[in-house]
Design a protein around this ligand. Structure first.
Ligand code: NAD
Length: 487
């Protein structure tokens, strides 16, 4: 077992095992090899994780933000020092190529710790409200025990993006990674302890869709932050509502990219490829409906096809590899099924559509796939595929393309490529989504808020905006004179 952790869970500052929990395999998607065996959390483990978090949180809430920030900044340094090791683990967990994981995963987690560690001293202040003699003030107070539940596409990043703002606000977190990618969050928990975080404040427990509800329904939990699909979001939101718990929902998408005929065509193709093929297409904000103006469609598709067919697919540990396998056999089967629907419903397959023949063995590889002549009613244009499948649709008129782009239950992201400055801003104003890009795609530095609209969720991760979702205001009214009462 080449990636076997010391134990399945990390609670109260140490690795913990409970062999009564159901055993599950962690599989390296590039080979199908079982690289670790873990136990799902039993109810006793869930209790222990939450009790430890609850006990630790009280004192943490009274620690100065500067002191909290210092610990997070130290964790960021350790993550950066160990980037190679953490990136290899991320690759083992997900199958994403090392070329990506060394620049996009642990590094992004470190950015998050550094950013929130840095703003802690100044961003958690309250307000003084003069009332003419009397006055009031507000305090930004933590929520208590927060639960984080992760998807499998960015296991390190998600563990950090939820952990950093939660901790800096004075909360404790119990994090449950996806059952597909259980390894990376354990390392983050370990590093936080090494950086000086008091034990119990960041606990990690394993499990699947049967474990999640034990956390979400727990009476000592104040908040749940989920990264996952819309159907899971609905269930988690409903369960959280029963206990009136705070929620952040980072859910799925089917985002549009609109390419006008005056766009820099190579940049637009680059953006569309990044927004469909990075991480083997397993990115929630991907721009999977690419609306290309009819005047440039031929040239766009020709260059896109050539560039897509040049993508190097293979061993994710090879530095030259640009695309690794999908996360699991089941996910690949789902994507192949979507591709079959695209063909059956009459879309034109431009390239890809199957399993590449240059890779051997059991890995869950799939070809980057482009469909053209896609219409808005096709299944591939309506449902999230969550794989490297780009749908190219035609348009001629701005108002028409905006109406079509917005005709979806999702609202996570969107993009526009054009040289016309006013049109660019007009289009992003009209697009119904939480995160938008002009002449760029899928860039999510920690400084900017990230999150969805409509069915893609609510709440924001990253930036100072995330603090609002891990704290609440306490208002104090101060009477300075005798109480005036009619009684
Ligand atoms: P999923 O919804 O199947 O699972 C997400 C997590 O929820 C897992 O940890 C799972 O164990 C847990 N879970 C499942 N049912 C639960 C329940 N009833 N109660 C509590 N927890 C439960 O999603 P996935 O397949 O792991 O990830 C892919 C999905 O995530 C895609 O839809 C993608 O768009 C979305 N995603 C969104 C973002 C974002 O930031 N908006 C980022 C990454 C992925």
């Amino acid at each position: 077992m080449r990636a076997q952790p010391k134990a399945s869970h990390f609670i109260d500052g140490e690795y913990v095992e409970d062999s009564a929990g159901a055993v599950f395999d962690c599989v390296y998607p590039a080979t199908g090899e079982v690289i670790a065996k873990l136990h799902a959390a039993t109810p006793a483990i869930v209790e222990r994780a939450i009790a430890s978090a609850k006990a630790a949180q009280k004192e943490w809430a009274n620690t100065s933000p500067t002191a909290r920030g210092r610990i997070l900044k130290r964790a960021a340094e350790i993550i950066r020092e160990r980037n190679r090791e953490l990136s290899e683990l991320e690759t083992l967990d997900t199958g994403k190529p090392i070329q990506e994981t060394t620049v996009a995963d642990a590094t992004s987690g470190a950015d998050s710790f550094e950013f929130f560690g840095g703003i802690a001293a100044s961003a958690l202040n309250g307000d003084y409200i003069p009332l003419g003699g009397d006055f009031a003030y507000t305090k930004r107070v933590p929520l208590g025990v927060c639960v984080g539940i992760g998807a499998w596409n960015y296991p390190t990043q998600i563990a950090c993006w939820k952990g950093a703002p939660a901790l800096i606000c004075g909360n404790a977190m119990v994090f449950k990674p996806s059952e597909n990618t259980p390894l990376c969050a354990l390392k983050i928990a370990e590093i936080l302890i090494e950086a000086g975080l008091p034990k119990g404040l960041y606990n990690v427990i394993q499990g699947d869709r049967t474990t999640g509800p034990l956390l979400v329904n727990h009476p000592d939990v104040a908040k749940v932050s989920l990264t996952g699909s819309v159907p899971t979001g609905r269930k988690v939101y409903e369960a959280a509502a029963a206990g009136l718990r705070h929620v952040t929902m980072e859910l799925g998408g089917k985002s549009p990219i609109i390419v006008f005929d005056d766009a820099d065509i190579d940049s637009a193709i680059g953006g569309a490829m990044l927004g469909n093929f990075y991480s083997t297409g397993q990115v929630c904000s991907n721009g999977t409906r690419v609306y290309v103006h009819k005047a440039i469609k031929g040239e766009f598709l020709k260059r896109l096809k050539a560039r897509t067919e040049a993508i190097l697919i293979g061993d994710p540990m090879n530095e030259d590899t640009q695309m690794g396998p999908m996360v699991s056999h089941a996910q690949r089967a789902k994507v192949l099924d979507s591709i079959a629907k695209g063909k059956a419903e009459g879309a034109t397959l431009v390239t890809g559509g199957g399993i590449p023949n240059n890779v051997t063995g059991e890995g869950y590889y799939i070809q980057p796939t482009v469909f053209a002549d896609v219409t808005d009613d096709m299944t591939i244009a309506r449902e999230e595929i969550f794989g490297p499948v780009m749908c190219v649709l035609d348009f001629e008129d701005e108002a028409d393309v905006l109406a079509r782009a917005n005709d979806t239950e999702f609202g996570l992201a969107g993009g526009v490529f054009t040289a016309d400055l006013t049109r660019a801003h007009r289009v992003v104003d009209a697009l119904e989504a939480g995160t938008l890009w002009i002449n760029a795609y899928n860039l999510c530095p920690v400084e900017i808020p990230f999150g969805g609209a409509k069915q893609s969720g609510f709440g924001r991760e990253n930036s100072a905006a995330a603090l609002n979702h891990y704290s609440e205001l306490k208002t104090v009214y101060v009477g300075m004179g005798p109480v005036a009462s009619p009684y």
